[in-house]
Design a protein around this ligand. Structure first.
Ligand SMILES: [Zn+2]
Length: 102
């Protein structure tokens, strides 16, 4: 099982981006959401996570520890309904016609 390593430490953003943070700040602004995304992806992939030089833990426990909700089980992505290709088809036809003419 893969382990997602999140490089954190004193004065460094908790999401693992490596940016320095202000004293008493665990994350750069908005980076708690970034970490939530990282942990959510790790959770869905069944991977464990490791913060800094700490122990590897399951993504689920890391999510709970940080107060993030457990993401719902991922469903296979539904194929997007095909957009009508009306803009490309006539153009292509025109181009070939022009080529033949010249
Ligand atoms: Zn960050």
């Amino acid at each position: 099982m893969a382990t997602v390593k999140i490089a954190t430490g004193e004065g460094v953003c908790g999401c693992g981006c490596g940016a320095e943070t202000k004293p008493k700040r665990q994350y750069k602004q908005g980076h708690d959401a970034r970490l939530r995304g990282i942990l959510g992806r790790a959770y869905k992939a069944g991977e464990s996570v490791q913060f800094g030089s700490g122990k590897a833990q399951s993504a689920e426990s890391a999510l709970k520890e940080h107060g993030f909700p457990i993401p719902p089980a991922s469903k296979p992505k539904a194929a997007k309904p095909k957009a009508p290709a009306k803009s490309t088809a006539p153009k292509a036809r025109k181009r070939t016609a022009a080529k033949k003419a010249s």
